[in-house]
Unconditional design. Structure first.
Length: 115
């Protein structure tokens, strides 16, 4: 828990969010500013600021996030059509919230390059 972290507060249910899925390790909620018909944010319940902060001892959270996103994609019926998983790192990477998170985007055609 980081005291001033909005995503820690969401995992602790201290501020409202449209939580769609949760287990012991991960919380998934609707992005407040969706970029696709389906735009979920998946976060580990432990505070890790950025993907570059992963270590041998906490890297399991990435597996947890991806497995959760895959299951959610199936539940939301976007798995067969296709979906995109994104992790932004640092300012030029587009990261705005410094609590590691995985974006699950789907429900429309994705484009490349992503912009
Ligand atoms: P980033 O730009 O760091 O990769 O992604 C942060 C995402 O979190 C953005 O897509 C932004 O819309 C979303 N976000 C930021 N603050 C909140 C919030 O308080 N609630 C929810 N549901 N989403 C948020
Ligand atoms: Zn946090």
């Amino acid at each position: 828990m980081s005291a001033d972290c909005v995503f820690c507060k969401i995992t602790l249910h201290q501020i409202p969010a449209k939580i769609v899925w949760e287990n012991a390790q991960v919380v998934a909620f609707q992005d407040i500013n969706p970029q696709a018909p389906v735009h979920m944010v998946l976060v580990p319940k432990t505070h890790i600021a950025r993907i570059i902060d992963l270590t041998e001892s906490n890297a399991f959270v990435v597996k947890d996030l991806i497995f959760a996103a895959n299951e959610l994609a199936k539940t939301l019926k976007i798995a067969d059509g296709g979906y995109r998983l994104v992790i932004n790192c640092n300012s030029a990477g587009g990261q705005t919230v410094y609590h590691l998170h995985l974006h699950l985007l789907g429900g429309r055609q994705m484009h490349w390059p992503p912009g």
